[in-house]
Design a protein around this ligand. Structure first.
Ligand code: HEC
Ligand code: HEC
Length: 507
């Protein structure tokens, strides 16, 4: 609310970031792991006195420099550029706390670039020992970049004691720092391995190639194994809410963790086969292994981002840039009164929809597109009426922990509901008249956000009316995802009749 929002309704800022992030994350991890991989290959070539191996290493080094230097730096700058555009509030908070972390990262990045160039241009022209040392300088400075950025990125997920002390070191060495550095280090070795296999699959067959293939397959399989303990450690230090999301409360995250596990297993098995039978490393097999690596890394980063929901910085700032500390004020005074980038301060009949749209942009667009493929609000809210949406918005965070609480007053909630239900879904926007409601309406207003009427044929099969009526008093006890039903006793009776009927009635 302190910054304007760059509004691309059907694309969404998240998709934009993801697009660059996925390439950057791959290349930047590859830059670290690839450094270690090159040194190891070079050493192996010297030990075996093999010119062929040395030649392959040199060719790798060339490609490597092109890829990491050019692509790595462009996407690296690109990602901060985009995140700063999409979430200026979050980036500003990070810069104000970690500016020296970032500065140190740039120093290592410069060192990394210089070392990479020296390494490549002196290949075969320098004595072996010194050349390997240059390789080490490269690898260590690349790894230091990983180390430093991990501190900042994981601070966003687990700020730990920083929340109380606001101390740089508490934030940097946060609870998920070490598991994350470990996980990323082996992930970077995995990237080097899958990449090696892929490039090698195009080389002509000879003994040197076979050795390299076997060697790269080891990097793949061993890295996957070593990533597991760090992954478990990582999950174990997550705050309880984030852990609950990862372990099942968020259907989206659960789907993605399945992708990580399945890809890891496929990559491991194929890597193992290639190790025992290097001729199996055909281009298409190598490509599949490469893809599994890509899926592991992409899904991991996505999960880390999603597990932070509803925050961009856990317990401090919500994904929509609203500070947790501002929430009470905004609920009391209304969002419009304090926000900087809105067109009106008061809601009138004329501007209601426009205000609703602006509220959507400032509070929901961080995660929802309008008509886009990613978390489309039109699809997600399709079953809800205006009244249902109003009620839903007011308790949105209680119903779904991964969404931030609505930061505004009742009038604003209605304006937002009017925009979604009226403008986006083309439904009628009408204040409910205070009369006895029929069961269907009560259902639509209170239950339809999570249940279809037809669900109840199974959900309450065989229940009698007394049991249904009792359940309505304790919905939150029946399933922890369900909010309690706050209707009057009379409404509960009416809803009981309705549920009993849709579940099949008297048999
Ligand atoms: C931090 C991200 C985030 C923000 C901000 C957010 N949502 Fe959501 N919302 C989600 C996710 C994730 C889902 C569920 C996706 C899935 O699993 O199907 C969802 C689902 C929904 C649904 C479908 C019903 C349900 O309970 O699953 C509605 C309606 C909805 N959001 C409305 C809103 C409104 C209105 C706002 C703004 C006040 C908002 N959301 C802000 C992430 C967010
Ligand atoms: C925020 C989502 C949400 C809302 C709103 C919601 N429910 Fe549920 N409900 C669930 C979930 C999740 C379950 C578990 C079963 C499932 O996945 O369908 C459930 C299960 C149930 C069950 C079966 C409980 C059991 O012990 O087997 C009943 C009955 C039920 N809901 C009734 C209702 C009624 C009536 C309303 C409206 C007043 C309602 N629910 C609103 C999420 C919700």
């Amino acid at each position: 609310m302190n910054y304007p929002v760059w509004f691309l309704p059907s694309i969404g800022g998240g998709t934009l970031i993801a697009f660059i992030a996925i390439v950057h994350v791959f290349v930047s991890h590859f830059a670290v792991g690839g450094g270690a991989y090159l040194i190891a290959l070079e050493k192996k070539a010297y030990n075996e006195e093999s010119n062929e191996l040395l030649e392959i290493t040199k060719r790798f080094a060339k490609f490597f420099i092109l890829l990491t230097m050019v692509f790595g730096s462009i996407t690296g700058v690109g990602i901060w550029f985009i995140t700063a555009l999409v979430n200026p509030g979050g980036i500003s908070l990070l810069i104000h706390n970690f500016v020296f972390g970032w500065a140190a990262e740039w120093v290592f990045f410069v060192l990394e670039i210089i070392a990479a160039f020296v390494y490549y241009y002196t290949f075969g022209k320098m004595d072996r020992k010194t050349h390997l040392k240059i390789g080490w300088i490269y690898f260590i400075s690349a790894w230091m970049s990983l180390f430093l950025i991990t501190g900042i990125i994981d601070f966003m997920l687990t700020p730990g004691t920083w929340l109380k002390t606001h101390n740089f070191w508490n934030g940097f060495f946060n609870p998920s720092f070490i598991p994350s550095v470990g996980f990323r280090t082996f992930m970077s070795f995995l990237m080097a391995g899958v990449f090696g296999l892929f490039v090698l699959s195009f080389y002509k067959n000879n003994e040197a190639k076979e050795k390299f293939v076997k060697y790269s397959a080891l990097w793949v399989t061993i890295s996957i194994i070593l990533m597991i303990p760090f992954a478990l450690w990582y999950v174990s230090v997550l705050p309880s809410e984030a852990k609950a999301l990862v372990l099942g409360k968020s259907p989206e995250i659960v789907r993605t963790t399945k992708v990580i596990i399945t890809s890891g297993i496929i990559g491991f098995v194929l890597g193992l086969i290639v190790f025992f039978k290097p001729s199996f490393n055909k281009a298409y097999i190598a490509f599949i292994i490469f893809l599994t690596g890509f899926f592991v890394i992409g899904s991991f980063e996505w999960t880390r981002e999603a597990a932070r929901r509803p925050y961009v910085i856990n317990k401090v700032m919500y994904s929509n840039m609203i500070l947790e500390s501002q929430l009470e004020t905004l609920k009391k005074d209304g969002f419009l009164k304090h926000a900087k980038w809105v067109s009106a301060r008061e809601i009138t009949n004329e501007n209601k929809r426009q205000v609703g749209k602006e509220l959507f942009i400032h509070q929901c667009y961080a995660c929802h597109t309008i008509g886009g493929f990613n978390n489309d609000i039109k699809e997600k809210a399709a079953s809800m009426s205006y009244t249902a949406l109003t009620k839903y918005i007011e308790k949105i965070h209680k119903v779904r922990y991964f969404m931030p609480p609505f930061a505004g007053n009742e009038e604003e909630a209605k304006a937002l509901a009017a925009f979604i239900a009226g403008d986006l879904l083309g439904k009628e926007v009408k204040e409910p008249v205070k009369k006895a409601l029929d069961g269907k309406t009560i259902f639509e207003d209170n239950c339809s956000s999570c249940h279809e009427p037809s669900d109840f044929e199974d959900l309450i099969a065989g229940w009698d009316k007394a049991k249904i009526r009792k359940a309505l008093d304790m919905l939150d006890k029946l399933n922890e995802e369900m909010p309690p039903f706050e209707g009057t006793p009379q409404e509960k009776d009416t809803l009981t009749e309705y549920l009993f009927k849709i579940a099949g009635g008297e048999k």
